[in-house]
Ligand binder design. Sequence first.
Ligand SMILES: [Zn+2]
Length: 88
Amino acid sequence: MKIHKSVIVKQEVELLESITCNKCGKTTVLNGDEFERQIKAEGFQTIECEFGYGSKYDCEKWTFDICQECLLEFTKSFKYPHEVKEMC
Ligand SMILES: [Zn+2]
């Protein structure tokens, strides 16, 4: 038989404090409640590029954050437009 009791546990958690666009340097501080923080974070994308063996950047992994404005500027430079799929 197991008997449980409620206790308050003090726990240290890591919260994302801000996001900075690697391209333009724009920084957004993520403050407010969880919803507000989520909305602010949606203004950025994290891009990860993995280069396999034999590529020019042999076995490197690049990671950077980019704001929506810089991402749009980048995709507008494409010869062929990026694909868009509705997620909601
Ligand atoms: Zn930017």
